[in-house]
Design a protein around this ligand. Structure first.
Ligand SMILES: [Zn+2]
Ligand SMILES: [Zn+2]
Length: 663
């Protein structure tokens, strides 16, 4: 939202007065009042200035031509900065909106923000509609407008005037937006013949936009509310170079091939059923077995790390979550309480496992000698997500966390944190993730009122996290002010094979729940103390993790995890018996394999095995049977020739052990 001081800076006065501008490197330079961010950029270097497309002044995003009329600090953005892309894409949404208005006269515009990759514009098309075949015309029109090199110019407008304009256009959406704005804070953005209600954040002119692609259209409710009229959301993306668009589209195509929803279906791992309900994944036998392998892998390591498994129900009394504070967070906007024949009795589907684990801790009194206690559970939780937010396995309404809660003394935090990092690194390493970073979120020292727990404990916790991350050699960044009100945390982020960033596991310190559940332990001093709680989940959730793993590997899971490790392909019916014998031998060595005895050519069987991402194809025919061997072909085409079963078994275990180390 605009504030009054920004509104004032559009009313530039030319004076001889000087203002002090603090540059991003901390130096302070004097400029004539009314100078623009572009003037500041030119003061740094002409070459740099040529690339500057957006700016932030005293924490407000502005255009590079906006006059600066007061002292302040400035940040200048190029296309390479996320903020630069945001301005670029938001500006492009204006251009596309203009194209849509020209191609479909009478449509009503609503909002057009930049998003993570590109932008969208929500429009009320009235009785018109847009489909894929209209995209090229929209793109061409938008590009034609862009080539006109029209400046984006902000202008302040009174509320009365702004309302009058949109009332005349019968655009109830803009009228509603303006009604919620304060007079004196309203601005329009003009370029070419086009005007839009906008709070700012544009690139200098349309000419910088060299490539525009309309990606898709979808239905979207006005203000995201299903009771409101449905609009058409036009998604697009734009670039300063044609080459960038070509590269982006290639990446998009690769991503499509690796889409976990597509692979999940092809590899028969999971499915969804409209009858069961949206956002509720159904795990098919192969997927369930894969999950089980992942769970067992973590359980085994957790056991060594001193965790104890617990089991808790899927529902809990509403009161439990009121106590924990989760009702305040998930109550109204999530699944509503389950009633029973008994009046006033209400249960909730659990949104979190933590409250249950706190009650497990409270089962009996604890002494400092018992700590740390580490309770782990693959606990399924339920949270209501809007249907528009649901996405494959990454946004679901029911999911299983590889959850654990550690209850320890403040002095044990240091060691516990190191142990959890060790476990997380073991998990990531065994699954082939190498490009990960960590983010440590700490409190904002200037706002102590935002956090609960003593300053002393916060210091201990933050130091514990930073020490542990440093000692374990993590590549981490510290984010000030990003900690939750109840404690600092460490998140693991991974880049997948296409360079997209995902958040994975998390380790979080909590001073809040021990307080709310009155958790105690008897200290050395015989007094009662509060334990510290650590929440941690190396996978995050089974659903999300498997989705990420699918997109990261394209379905080529590590050998220890993959559903079928080998497929035996008899050349003809004659060799089926031998194929069965080979299968028995592999099973004895715990190699997951199957025989493809269908009456198809070996060539066709190989192609299908490739599609199914099976790592080894074992071809058996006359020679193999006679010499008691198998001819091995790897996924991807490498031919290893004929080898003995003994050699094959050894090769498989060697390969498994190279990724799956013992913890
Ligand atoms: Zn705008
Ligand atoms: Zn928790």
């Amino acid at each position: 939202m605009l504030n009054n001081s920004l509104y004032n800076i559009f009313a530039a006065d030319k004076t001889d007065e000087m203002i002090k501008i603090k540059l991003p490197d901390g130096t302070i330079k004097e400029f004539a009042k009314g100078s623009s961010p572009m003037d500041v950029a030119k003061g740094i270097s002409e070459g740099f200035a040529r690339n500057v497309i957006s700016a932030k002044f005293n924490d407000i995003v502005i255009e590079v031509a906006t006059p600066l009329n007061e002292d302040g600090s400035i940040v200048l953005y190029t296309w390479n900065d996320p903020e630069g892309k945001k301005a670029f894409w938001h500006s492009s949404s204006h251009v596309v909106a203009q194209a849509l208005e020209e191609l479909y006269p009478g449509v009503k515009l609503t909002i057009g923000p930049a998003i993570e990759n590109g932008f969208y514009y929500d429009i009320d098309l009235g009785d018109k509609s847009i489909s894929d075949k209209d995209f090229p015309a929209i793109e061409n029109k938008a590009l034609e407008i862009a080539r006109g090199k029209h400046d984006f110019k902000m202008r302040a407008i009174s509320k009365k005037e702004a309302l009058a304009i949109y009332q005349e256009q019968k655009n109830q959406y803009k009228v509603e937006l303006i009604e919620n704005l304060e007079d004196g804070t309203i601005t329009f953005c003009d370029h070419d013949t086009f005007t839009d209600l906008c709070r700012g954040g544009h690139i200098p002119n349309t000419g910088i936009i060299k490539a525009i692609k309309i990606l898709s259209v979808a239905g979207a409710y006005w203000r995201g509310d299903e009771k409101n009229p449905q609009l058409t959301r036009v998604y697009g993306i734009s670039f300063p170079k044609q080459k960038d668009l070509t590269e982006y589209l290639e990446l998009l195509e690769q991503a499509k091939q690796r889409d976990h929803r597509k692979l999940g279906r092809e590899l028969e791992l999971f499915t969804f059923s409209a009858k069961v309900g949206q956002g509720l994944p159904l795990w098919l036998p192969k997927g369930a077995a894969l999950r089980e392998r992942l769970e067992n892998f973590l359980k085994k390591a957790q056991k060594k790390a001193g965790y104890e498994m617990v089991v808790t129900p899927h529902i809990g009394q509403k009161e439990l979550y009121v106590t924990s504070g989760h009702y305040a967070k998930y109550g109204e906007d999530s699944f509503q309480p389950i009633k029973t024949p008994k009046m006033d009795e209400e249960f909730l589907l659990k949104p979190m496992n933590c409250p249950h684990h706190c009650e497990i801790y409270n089962f009996k009194p604890h002494s400092y000698k018992d700590l740390p206690k580490r309770f782990a559970e693959f606990g399924t939780v339920y949270r209501y997500e809007q249907s528009g937010e649901l996405h494959g396995l990454t946004r679901v309404r029911g999911f299983t966390q590889d959850d654990a809660h550690i209850f320890c003394t403040a002095d044990q935090l240091d060691q516990e944190f190191k142990n959890v990092i060790d476990l997380s690194l073991y998990v990531l390493g065994s699954l082939g993730f190498e490009n990960f970073t960590a983010q440590v979120s700490v409190r904002d020292l200037d706002k102590p009122e935002k956090y609960i727990g003593s300053i002393e404990n916060w210091e201990k916790a933050e130091n514990a996290i930073i020490n542990a991350a440093t000692e374990k050699g993590l590549n981490f960044t510290i984010k000030t002010g990003e900690a939750a009100f109840y404690g600092p945390k460490l998140d693991f982020m991974v880049k997948d094979a296409l360079g997209r960033q995902w958040q994975l596991g998390t380790i979080q310190v909590d001073y809040n729940l021990p307080e709310r559940f009155d958790l105690t332990y008897k200290g050395r001093d015989n007094e009662l103390h509060r334990p510290v709680m650590i929440h941690r989940a190396p996978f995050g959730s089974m659903e999300r993790f498997i989705a990420l793993l699918l997109e990261h590997t394209g379905g080529n899971f590590p050998l220890w995890l993959i559903p079928e490790q080998a497929i035996i392909l008899p050349v003809s019916e004659k060799h089926e018996k031998y194929a069965e014998k080979v299968l028995k031998s592999l099973e004895k060595h715990e190699i997951r394999a199957l025989v493809d005895a269908r009456n198809e050519t070996v060539g066709k069987k190989i192609r299908e095995a490739e599609m199914n991402k099976i790592p080894f194809m074992l071809i058996v025919g006359e020679n193999e049977e006679a010499e008691n061997t198998i001819s091995v072909r790897r996924h991807g085409g490498e031919d290893l020739g004929a080898i003995t079963l003994k050699d094959f078994n050894e090769m498989v275990s060697k390969e498994i052990n190279s990724t799956l180390k013992s913890f």
